[in-house]
Ligand binder design. Structure first.
Ligand code: AMP
Ligand code: GLY
Length: 409
């Protein structure tokens, strides 16, 4: 089979790496790919027409979509109209990630526990509402906003300024035309990714993502700078509540005639014994994929073809029981400004996925905030953390920054 992976991050390198292990695969390319994927095609991940032309011309048997933008632009609908097999949800289903109002309404309609919220299209109404709200308060711009549309405000003043930025300064352009005001939930977060085949849900293993840039979980939110899987086990009560949520999602997808195929990422906040859904993503997570796929013992091409043919069963997902952990090397300054095109000399024999790198000949440079995901698999988080830190210390990259406490807290 000829495979095309779309995207350029650590998630896509991990997908490329795992798919390439399938005996069914005769060739695999990544568009646009990064310094870790060796067969790259220079087509941007949101250039739907360019990707379609490539897939037709090169007789691609299966296209696997990494990021949310092409999904929300309707790449799956376009490919399917041309009779091409593609793994991911269609444009309608991708709104579960593409519009927070759409996904929150879905949750409320199907009794899926989530933070209380209201949606506002007028600045004046949102301003009025915050005057009687409790703080911290969560403000969310409705659209994708490159993953930066969630702002947690500690004070009324901060909330007022945030609304001004969104409505008047158009910080997120039209993606901020609608704003959600949401109750702040205080608990611990877990990511639960599920394969979905014709609206039926098949959970993968859990993962814990470290979102804060600073050690001790301090500082600004990032796309994720470390992760491990499985996350600590839930109590029976929490697990039973999560199972109920998954059933409600399944019923909701089916009752609303979704035709959902692909991956649904359920972002959970566990408050005492009660799990709430914070958000849905309609794709693999990054960095969750970098720790889930090394644990997946089953053939990923088989799983994706089962989704395509609506024959997937939970027993098709077999997992290595050990723990997989990643610490991500980022560019100093991330998630704010950082320099690019800094030389990266990687002489490491372990598993490393590239996030934001580019290769020219044998020379690799950094092009993103997240640069390399160093991965270990084993039984002891403390030992694996030490191994990761040792390996990363040897990396020659002038702008290197990373958290030394991934897996310890
Ligand atoms: P989202 O893009 O919806 O995942 O939000 C990004 C991050 O903001 C989440 O991973 C949480 O850490 C945080 N967040 C979102 N909604 C809430 C909420 N209602 N209460 C507390 N934290 C939240
Ligand atoms: N790890 C968060 C995300 O993929 O959106």
């Amino acid at each position: 089979m000829k495979i095309l992976v779309i995207g350029s991050g650590g998630r896509e390198h991990a997908l490329y790496w795992k798919l390439a292990q399938s005996p069914k695969v005769t060739s695999i390319v990544c568009a646009p790919g990064n310094g870790g994927t060796d067969n790259n095609v220079d087509i941007a991940s949101d250039d739907i027409q360019g990707l379609l032309n490539y897939a037709i011309e090169h007789k691609i048997d299966l296209t696997v979509v990494g990021p949310e933008d092409p999904l929300c632009l309707g790449i799956v609908d376009t490919f399917e109209e041309h009779g091409l097999a593609i793994f991911g949800p269609n444009k309608h289903a991708a709104q579960l990630e593409g519009s927070k109002d759409f996904s929150k309404s879905f949750m409320v309609r199907h009794n899926i526990p989530t933070a209380e919220y209201n949606a506002y299209t007028h600045h004046y109404d949102a301003l009025n509402a915050i005057s009687s709200m409790k703080f911290p308060l969560v403000i969310k711009a409705d659209g994708l906003c490159k993953g930066k549309g969630v702002i947690i405000c500690e004070t009324h003043e901060e909330a007022k300024n945030t609304l001004y930025e969104i409505y008047v300064n158009k910080q997120f352009g039209s993606e901020g035309n609608k704003v959600i005001l949401e109750t702040f939930l205080d608990g611990y977060e877990t990511s639960l990714l599920c394969f979905v085949s014709n609206n039926r849900i098949f959970p993968m293993e859990t993962a814990r993502d470290y979102k804060k840039i600073g050690e001790g979980d301090t500082g600004e939110n990032t796309g994720g700078v470390g992760c491990y899987s499985p996350a600590p086990a839930f109590s029976n009560k929490v697990q039973a509540n999560i199972d109920k949520i998954l059933t409600s999602i399944e019923v909701g997808l089916s009752n609303d005639d979704f035709d959902f195929n692909g991956v649904l990422y359920v972002g959970l906040m566990i408050v005492e014994d009660t799990p709430y859904v914070l958000e849905f993503n309609t794709r693999f997570g990054d960095p969750e994929t970098e720790v889930l796929l090394p644990r997946l013992q089953s053939d990923l091409v088989d799983i994706m073809m089962h989704v395509e043919n609506d024959t997937l069963q939970q027993s098709h997902l077999q997992w290595d029981p050990r723990t997989c952990i990643t610490t991500i090397v980022v560019s100093k300054g991330y998630p704010r400004g950082f320099d690019k095109n800094i030389s990266v000399v990687l002489e490491d024999n372990g598993l490393v996925f590239h996030n934001g790198t580019q290769r020219t000949g044998s020379k690799v440079v950094s092009v993103g905030g997240r640069v390399l995901s160093f991965v270990e698999i084993g039984d002891n988080l403390v030992e694996m953390n030490a191994k990761l830190n040792n390996r990363i210390e040897k990396l020659e990259f002038e702008n290197k920054a990373y958290r030394r406490d991934i897996g310890l807290i």
